[in-house]
Design a protein around this ligand. Structure first.
Ligand SMILES: Nc1ncnc2c1ncn2[C@@H]1O[C@H](COP(=O)(O)OP(=O)(O)O)[C@@H](O)[C@H]1O
Ligand SMILES: [Mg+2]
Length: 300
């Protein structure tokens, strides 16, 4: 059994019921679901596909170089489109991690294509309902998508504290204080939690060191210095909303920071939480980045 399914799915009840509602009614535009790397986008759409009573097509964009083909020629969709009436059928199409394959330059064209596909299926086959969801971790793709009206941009966040504990308890934590510490540094990110437990045997210090090495290798600090943004970055560690456009671009491109203006699937805003580095408009993808950047600033 893969690790993925060894770990019981936790939480996300309101996201699942929002998807349920949307897929019952059908949505007039694709949903562009973005959120921190490893926060659980893929797992959410895969779980939803497994409950879904209707016709579902899941495309793992990372494995497909031809996404149009993957959707249009997917055996189930093709069979149904050709042979059966869709009048009583609900359709759910998920394209997971879409910007990784398409590339950021063409992502808005692809989303437009999904929008046209949605309307083509709607008018030609008249299904009971259709919902298309495309996910991404590339927060820098957001501006290109948000400026058009052919996608509904939605945010998904790391797990909340209760669900984080439910996941942690499946990973044999040595003590409660280890889970508390993991919460403090991951801010509820399930991939980071699994990494801490499985790869680093709950040695959070070792895990942080590896994160620091990775951030160091990105060359963020050098670029920040060369653009005279050093002191601003210091401030932004504490208060992400006090960021200039330049620094925001840089940190968003590196998937360290995210613009969290969009609403969640269930129409909520992610609340400000200074302890976790979540501001009103911007948030660190996970609090650990604030700590390792602080360390890197001190030694630079
Ligand atoms: N709600 C959840 N319950 C249990 N495990 C989860 C949950 N969300 C994510 N995970 C696990 O965390 C890891 C990262 O999630 P994933 O869906 O791959 O993140 P993303 O697609 O946002 O990068 C995966 O191993 C996944 O199975
Ligand atoms: Mg994913």
């Amino acid at each position: 059994m893969t690790l993925e399914y060894r770990l019981r799915f936790v939480g996300r009840a309101s996201e699942i019921s929002a998807l349920e509602l949307l897929s019952n009614k059908g949505a007039p535009t694709p949903i562009y679901l973005y959120g921190p790397e490893g926060c659980g986008k893929s797992r959410l759409v895969r779980e939803f596909v497994s409950y879904f009573s209707g016709l579902s097509v899941y495309v793992d964009a990372i494995e497909e170089s031809n996404l149009s083909g993957a959707i249009m020629f997917s055996p189930i969709l093709k069979e149904v489109l050709l042979k059966r009436s869709l009048r009583d059928v609900r359709i759910f199409i998920a394209v997971d991690d879409v910007s990784k394959v398409i590339g950021l330059g063409k992502i808005d064209l692809y989303i437009k294509w999904l929008y046209e596909l949605l309307w083509k299926i709607r008018t030609e086959h008249k299904p009971k309902s259709i919902l298309i969801v495309a996910t991404t971790s590339e927060a820098s793709s957001l501006r290109a998508i948000a400026k058009h009206s052919y996608a509904d941009v939605r945010l998904i966040w790391n797990l909340n504290e209760v669900d984080f504990w439910k996941l942690a308890s499946q990973l044999n934590p040595p003590s409660d204080s280890d889970v508390e510490m993991a919460w403090k540094y991951t801010g509820g990110n399930p991939r980071m939690l699994i990494d801490i437990a499985e790869r680093y045997n709950w040695n959070i210090g070792m895990w942080m060191r590896a994160v620091r090495k990775r951030v160091e290798a990105m060359g963020v600090i050098e670029r920040v210095k060369s653009r005279n943004l050093f002191f601003e970055l210091r401030r932004v560690i504490e208060e992400p909303d006090e960021i200039s456009f330049d620094l925001a671009e840089l940190l968003i491109d590196e998937n360290l920071l995210i613009n969290k203006s969009a609403l969640t699937l269930d129409d909520k805003e992610i609340e400000k939480n200074p302890d976790l580095g979540i501001g009103r408009k911007y948030a660190w993808q996970a609090p650990v980045y604030r700590y390792v950047i602080d360390q890197l600033l001190q030694i630079s």
